[in-house]
Write a protein of this length. Structure first.
Length: 315
């Protein structure tokens, strides 16, 4: 039986519309595609892992009300077990408005993230008991820290989805084993002044590794994923992983590609894959995902049999 995965972090309700172009100020445009479903880094990652055959528990905040009911039903349909940290709180589920440009698959997102929740009760540390891996996305940091510390104490690998720097990021980085950063991740000016050149990316990976994780990577959309890991002798080792090229005109929607990467990587870690193989799994599925609509459209389009065969442990 596959070891379970625990994901801790943000769930949103995503209202996604597809249009020819993003409107200019004071302009109205007509969309010809609409989808309303759950989203958020941790929630999408959890659904991806389940789609790849790894039983997954999501520790998050849904709350009460009609919007929460929609998200809760969607997560249940995706096969994700939910631990709601605020099940009776009204109207706390964040709503994200997503505009997808049809020709390029690029998206613009407006969201309040987890800003409407605070002082959440701590999850029970035994949520991670028996888990194969823990994924945290930096949202609901108090809960993430409780689970990350419990996971580290139990020898369970902890993966950070580093979408952006947050006030709690330094404390969280001290508790994680692996951090995979987005192309938009930036250190605060007090820590570094790094840009996007290759040498600057390496400096960013070094700076993040100095805060705790032994494995740090940074994605770059269709570009190479830069990796810094620690060898057996303690030396840093650098490498790059280049995604397979997507044929021209095949990019449908980049929404949630990073969530797919993290969810598939976490699923592979939960199956026992090493970090580099798990990252390669994440990159492969993220490349598949952008050729379908939505963060999880590829799960239905590719079929469970093919996904499970491709995600079997190697070796």
């Amino acid at each position: 039986m596959l070891a379970p995965l625990v994901c801790c972090g943000l769930t949103t309700l995503d209202v996604t519309q597809t249009l020819d172009r993003v409107p200019a100020p004071d302009e109205k445009v007509v969309a010809d595609g609409l989808d309303v479903t759950f989203g958020g880094p941790a929630a999408n990652a959890a659904a991806v892992a389940v789609g790849l055959g790894v039983p997954t528990t999501l520790v998050t905040v849904l709350g009460a009300g009609p919007l929460a009911d929609v998200a809760r039903a969607g997560l249940a349909a995706a096969g994700v077990r939910v631990v709601d940290l605020a099940p009776h709180a009204a109207d706390v589920l964040p709503v994200s408005t997503v505009l997808v440009t049809r020709a390029t698959g690029e998206r613009a997102v407006v969201s309040v993230n987890g800003a409407r929740t605070s002082r959440l009760p701590a999850p029970a540390p035994d949520v991670v008991q028996g888990a194969g891996a823990l994924l945290v996305d930096g949202h609901h940091p108090d809960a993430a820290l409780v689970l990350a510390r419990a996971a580290r104490a139990a020898g369970v690998p902890v993966l950070l989805d580093g979408g952006s720097w947050k006030p709690s990021t330094p404390e969280l980085l001290a508790t994680v084993d692996l951090a995979v950063l987005s192309a938009d991740f930036r250190l605060p000016s007090a820590l570094a002044g790094v840009g996007v050149a290759q040498h600057a990316v390496d400096a960013l990976l070094d700076a993040v590794a100095a805060l705790g994780p032994s494995f740090v990577a940074r994605s770059a959309g269709a570009g190479a994923v830069r990796v810094r890991r620690v060898a057996a002798d303690g030396r840093p080792v650098r490498s790059a992983l280049r995604p397979a090229a997507v044929p021209a005109g095949r990019v449908v929607d980049t929404l949630g590609a990073g969530d797919v990467l993290h969810g598939a990587m976490a699923a592979a870690l939960a199956r026992g894959d090493d970090a580099l193989d798990a990252l390669a799994d994440g990159v492969r599925w993220a490349t598949v995902s952008v050729q379908h609509a939505g963060a999880r459209g590829w799960l239905a389009a590719t079929g469970p049999g093919a996904r499970l065969r491709e995600s079997e442990p190697r070796g």
